[in-house]
Write a protein that binds this ligand. Structure first.
Ligand code: AMP
Length: 498
């Protein structure tokens, strides 16, 4: 795949590319703006030569112009999360050592000081967009293009590095499978530090010359207003978003409900992924919208891998069959293929699979066996259709479409002066997929106050990582080796809450 997203844009020059709070912009405007950003980053140099550029902008025009500008300068686009408090931003900046940190004017603090304290150049998106265009480097497809941070079992997030070729493979597989065309008009409601919004929504739309409309943040009422206008063709979200849209529909008047449902009828495709879609949500959404949600399975490291079909039967509770160009196998602990209808770990091979974890060659090596990427997810296959059974590790919690590491949360909670021991688990939840819950053993004389612990947690962790429930125990359930038994802990928490 030699041709890139930015190289294709010229053929759609006068078509609308982005509709956002900043206005409406065609593909030529995106090429012009990204050339200015690239020149601003280069400052006369010929090529950023695969150095990361960390950036923070709300979902919208600045974000996309910046991302494309980084690619065109030869840099590696490293989007930061709007949800991350200072310590998490610092972690990513320290881990990547970017050539430049760029922020939207509304998001200068605390990034500017984080960059300056480390001697890193800092820029503002408005300066970059007002710069002049210089000559830009030619970027070969096998170069690093993006680093997305994702939580793993070892606590701190890892930077997943994909090349231009990987991203192109991830996009073209979806364009083919889901029938994207230049006539499509998608509404993005997803955060843009995660693969779902970045690749499945924005990059796919821009690959084919379609319209990509970007909400600065998710708001159920706003989304319904847009759907009611009847001009959207495609919508993609995580199960939690569909649950919130269902709530808003149920609270609307009968007259509004029928307008909302009619807007959905005008779309050609509605997709769910990034976490298991409860069958109850799928069924309720079908009653409301007339759509059987197309559920798919993917991961930051591999893009999308398995999907229900666009035109054929969709299987509730299942994720369908491997996507074009993606090889899938289910294996046992020794790497042997499992028999049909037997659970096995999903392993993946293909041009969609990432290059490496940034700066972690050992971790990268550990996640591959004979060229296959080991996902850590367990699935079962019958007649070519896959059903996800969950992660082999209980320490990864999926909440509201985010993947969070229990170990990382535990590490932070243990810095609280009143907490002696802690264990974090995910408990099944209708809305969030899983709820983050903590069990703590307090220091002598201290008492747990769940509300103030939440407030304390929000100053140190992204809100979605902060335990929604916490309980105090005399002691944590441990096995003979002294390790906390998390399945047992989940039962204790569920019995106390239920
Ligand atoms: P992320 O890298 O944040 O996109 O998270 C990827 C993980 O989300 C996968 O390894 C799975 O555990 C989970 N996941 C993604 N899609 C699905 C799905 N349709 N059903 C169940 N789990 C999913």
């Amino acid at each position: 795949m030699s041709i890139s997203l930015t190289e294709r844009a010229g053929q759609f020059a006068q078509r609308t590319a982005i509709i956002a709070s900043e206005g409406s912009f065609n593909y030529q405007a995106l090429l012009d703006a990204s050339a200015k950003v690239a020149s601003f980053l280069l400052q006369g140099a010929t090529d950023l030569s695969q150095r990361p550029v960390a950036f923070l902008a709300p979902p919208g025009w600045h974000y996309v112009a910046l991302q494309w500008g980084i690619w065109r300068s030869g840099g590696i686009a490293t989007p930061l999360s709007l949800f991350h408090p200072k310590p998490e931003l610092e972690y990513v900046i320290e881990d990547t050592h970017p050539a430049v940190v760029v922020a939207h004017p509304d998001l200068v603090d605390p990034l500017k000081s984080i960059a300056y304290e480390r001697g890193i150049r800092f820029g503002i998106t408005t300066e970059a967009l007002a710069y002049h265009s210089d000559k830009l480097p030619v970027i070969s497809p096998n170069r690093r293009a993006m680093i997305l941070y994702t939580s793993g079992t070892t606590g701190k997030p890892k930077g997943v590095v994909t090349t231009h070729e990987n991203i192109a493979a991830q996009i073209t597989s979806l364009v083919q499978a889901w029938g994207w065309t230049a006539d499509d008009h998608i509404l993005n409601v997803l955060p843009l530090h995660h693969i779902h919004g970045i690749v499945n929504v924005i990059a796919c739309a821009l690959w084919v010359g379609a319209k990509c409309e970007i909400c600065p943040k998710f708001d159920a009422g706003e989304v319904w207003n847009r759907i009611c206008q009847g001009d959207l063709t495609v919508f993609m979200a995580v199960p939690t978003v569909y649950a919130k849209l269902i709530d808003a529909w149920e609270n609307a008047s009968p007259k509004d409900r029928s307008k909302m449902s009619e807007g959905c009828h005008k779309m050609r495709l509605m997709v769910s992924g990034s976490a298991a879609l409860p069958v109850s949500t799928l069924e309720r959404w079908k009653e409301i919208s007339g759509h059987v949600l197309l559920e798919r399975y993917g991961m930051t490291e591999i893009g999308m891998a398995i999907s229900n079909s666009l035109h054929g039967e969709r299987f509730p509770g299942c994720v369908g069959a491997p996507l074009p160009g993606v090889q899938i196998a289910l294996t046992d602990e020794t790497g042997g293929m499992v028999e049909p209808r037997t659970p096995g770990e999903i392993v993946v091979r293909g041009p969609n699979v990432f290059l490496e974890y940034w700066g972690k060659p050992n971790e990268t090596q550990k996640t591959f066996r004979d060229g296959w990427f080991l996902t850590g997810d367990v699935a079962v296959e019958e007649n070519g259709i896959y059903r996800i059974l969950g992660r082999s590790s209980v320490d990864i919690i999926k909440t509201g479409g985010y993947k969070v590491s229990a170990l990382e949360i535990e590490e932070t909670l243990l810095t609280h002066p009143d907490i002696k021991e802690v264990a974090v688990v995910g408990v099944p939840d209708e809305i969030w997929g899983e709820r983050v819950c903590a069990a703590v053993v307090m220091r002598p004389g201290a008492r747990l106050d769940p509300d103030s612990l939440r407030t304390w947690g929000k100053e140190r962790l992204a809100t979605y990582k902060v335990p929604k429930d916490s309980i105090a125990l005399e002691e944590l359930p441990r096995n003979a080796m002294g390790k906390v038994s998390k399945p047992e802990l989940k039962k204790i928490i569920e019995s106390k809450k239920g």
